[in-house]
Write a protein that binds this ligand. Structure first.
Ligand code: GLN
Length: 198
């Protein structure tokens, strides 16, 4: 089983390590042909505007969107969540990323302050065994609204910090920056189920 990590910018090594330690082959994705034969995809955190520009420049936008829409199990964190979103509230000045519009959520980018204000908080994830998950939030986006095409599956208190549709999971925090493998393990199980012969 090959799991791809979108590798145009961001915390690619951390995602590769977090999933690789659970067993699958890991492939970095930089061009459309890298998508061939993937069983699952990780979209890392980073700078969503830069990632958005680079997927255009490397002709990945359409093939990525097509593969994800057609059921490729995908785990997106932070900037990755921004890229999957349907609606992005324009930021204060500067250029905004162009989201893929796949997940029915509206998002405000970097809503929890600057890099130095990164924080850790417990997150409740639906169906995750072992109790709350340690969420690492770094300039995290805020999910403003979950539309009828998606559903929330992770909360920090009352606030939604994760949403999904089918095999596509998106989180505002960074499970790849903790030693806790439970979220990547649960995602891998979903991906294995999605590719298992009927
Ligand atoms: N808010 C950042 C952005 O807009 C994402 C931060 C992150 O991925 N840690 O790109």
């Amino acid at each position: 089983m090959i799991v791809g990590v979108l590798a145009v910018q961001g915390d690619v090594p951390e995602q590769a390590r977090a999933i690789g330690r659970l067993g699958p082959e890991v492939r970095t994705i930089r061009r459309p042909s890298d998508l061939d034969g993937l069983a699952a995809l990780l979209m890392p955190g980073g700078e969503s505007t830069t990632i958005s520009d680079l997927i255009d420049r490397s002709d990945l936008r359409e093939p990525l969107a097509t593969r994800i829409r057609s059921g490729l199990p995908t785990l997106a964190t932070c900037a990755g969540l921004i890229l999957l979103s349907r609606d992005l509230e324009p930021g204060p000045g500067g250029r905004d990323p162009r989201p893929l519009g796949i997940l029915d959520i509206s998002v405000r980018g970097s809503d929890f302050g600057r890099q130095r204000e990164a924080f850790e908080a417990w997150v409740r994830v639906e169906g995750l065994p072992g109790g709350p998950f340690p969420g690492v939030f770094i300039r995290a986006p805020r999910i403003l609204h979950v539309g009828p095409g998606a559903r929330p599956f992770a909360w920090r208190g009352e606030e939604v910090v994760g949403a999904r549709v089918g095999n596509v999971w998106a989180l505002t925090f960074h499970p790849e920056l903790t030693d806790d493998p439970r979220l990547h393990r649960a995602f891998l199980r979903l991906a294995r189920g999605a590719t298992a012969p009927a």
